[in-house]
Design a protein around this ligand. Structure first.
Ligand code: AMP
Ligand code: GLY
Length: 420
């Protein structure tokens, strides 16, 4: 079987998708739009933006691809899967009714409530609510306040500061009409990526992201500064609980709807001190950087897996994993995450510096007029390694990072610290 695929997006996640798809025997041609300077090594880059749904559908049709893999959530919320399907093109990534699981925190909470999936208690606040009394009834722990819109990772505030809490609630109600206040879940976070379709689901090995910008989990939240997989915090026993209490009921309830969920459901977990898992959030796409450390651990054909999930044939496909460890370290631009200095020259990130077990995934990269590699975003690139132990994967990733230079850039030095 030899299929062609279009990957939508242009970050580190899409670099990882292009790399794995290009290594898949079932795939003959990989296209990506818009891609980045690194995806050029594995795919044909196209210039349609990931937010231009009509343009992407036209591109898919003119290329005649066998299926489309959507990286980011925004085009899914904007119905790209629905439109592709109406043209007979299978899509890895759910239709808009399901993309709301990420697009609206309230929708996700209601879906969890219906399926009896463990998550934090919450209240919805609007202009008629008694905000003071709501805050006082949730005051035993930090307040967790969530906007009910896609906010690019900036829609959640966790704080013990009353005036900050009140200000965020007021502002959110003003712009969005309402906001969620939920109880604080103590514990350790992990990410579970579950590939699903109408016929079944496949849990990929659990991973752990590092969301804070500085070592020791200090500083502002980011899109993710590094990740590793598998995450030992998810023991076999906890994995079983996640399966029984979260994945199976969600799959059952999503499959009972008119439109099945086809794609990957990202389950953001909080695991408490008793080893009980709670859902912090759902995303309707691969996590970034979790994707970079999860896909390389899939031993079977990644193209076959993603195509199967796009066409409701997961049940009959077999998936296997390497008994290895993967770790990635993100290099960010000066000023990230508040503001990022872009347009600087990057040295040392060429593919010639990569090996089969340590490589660079590009994210915010492009080329200047003289075809030199430059930074174009906050998260610029990541060095990823696969090895037989986590310690070795970490050493290799940091070794590859040392060969790269970008003025003013920064990365964390403690990726994997919870497991090592
Ligand atoms: P979210 O966008 O819902 O994943 O929230 C962003 C981050 O806020 C999460 O990764 C957690 O670190 C934190 N967070 C969200 N909800 C909670 C909660 N109920 N309890 C504790 N931390 C939370
Ligand atoms: N790494 C977190 C996310 O992709 O949302």
């Amino acid at each position: 079987m030899s299929r062609s695929v279009l990957v939508v997006g242009g970050g580190g996640r899409e670099h990882a998708l292009c790399r794995s798809l290009s290594q898949s025997e079932s795939i003959s041609d990989v296209h990506v739009s818009p891609g980045n300077a690194g995806t050029l090594n594995y795919a044909t880059n196209h210039s349609v933006s990931a937010s231009d749904v009509d343009g992407l559908v036209s591109l898919s049709r003119s290329l005649g691809v066998d299926f489309v893999v959507v990286g980011p959530e925004a085009p899914l919320c904007d119905s790209i899967a629905d439109i592709l399907l109406s043209h007979g093109i299978p899509c890895f990534g759910p239709q808009a009714v399901h993309a709301e699981l990420e697009g609206s925190k309230l929708f996700a909470k209601e879906a969890m409530r219906r399926a009896d999936v463990p998550t934090a208690d919450y209240v919805v606040l609007d202009s008629r609510s008694d905000i003071e009394s709501a805050l006082s009834s949730y005051s035993d722990n930090p307040w967790v306040i969530k906007r009910d819109v896609l906010a690019g990772g900036k829609g959640v505030v966790v704080t013990t500061n009353l005036s900050e809490a009140v200000e965020f609630i007021d502002d959110s109600i003003k712009t969005d009409g309402h906001v969620l206040l939920e109880s604080f879940l103590p514990g350790e976070e992990a990410s579970m990526l579950v590939v699903m379709d109408a016929s079944g689901f496949v849990c990929l090995p659990p991973s752990q992201d590092h969301k804070r910008v500085w070592d020791g989990d200090k500083g502002l939240n980011t899109g993710g500064m590094g990740a590793y997989c598998p995450a030992p915090v998810v023991t076999e026993e906890i994995h079983q609980k996640v399966l029984e209490r979260i994945v199976k009921p969600m799959h059952e309830s999503l499959s009972a709807m008119d439109v099945p969920y086809r794609g990957v459901l990202y389950v953001g977990l909080m695991i408490d001190e008793n080893g009980d898992p709670f859902v912090v959030e759902f995303n309707v796409r691969f996590g970034d950087p979790e994707c970079q450390v999860t896909l390389p651990l899939i031993a079977s054909d990644v193209g076959e897996l993603l195509y199967a999930a796009s066409t409701d044939s997961l049940e009959t496909s077999s998936v296997s994993f390497h008994d290895m460890h993967c770790l990635t370290v993100v290099l960010a631009s000066e000023g990230y995450p508040q503001s990022a200095v872009k347009g600087r020259i990057i040295l040392g990130a060429e593919r010639t510096g990569d090996s089969d077990d340590a490589w660079v995934s590009h994210a915010g990269t492009g080329t200047d007029d003289s075809n030199r590699l430059i930074s174009t975003g906050g998260r610029v690139l990541a060095t990823t390694s696969i090895a037989s132990s986590l310690a070795e994967a970490r050493a290799n990733s940091y070794q590859r990072m040392e060969t790269i230079s970008l003025q003013g850039s920064h990365h964390r030095n403690d990726i994997g610290h919870r497991a090592l």
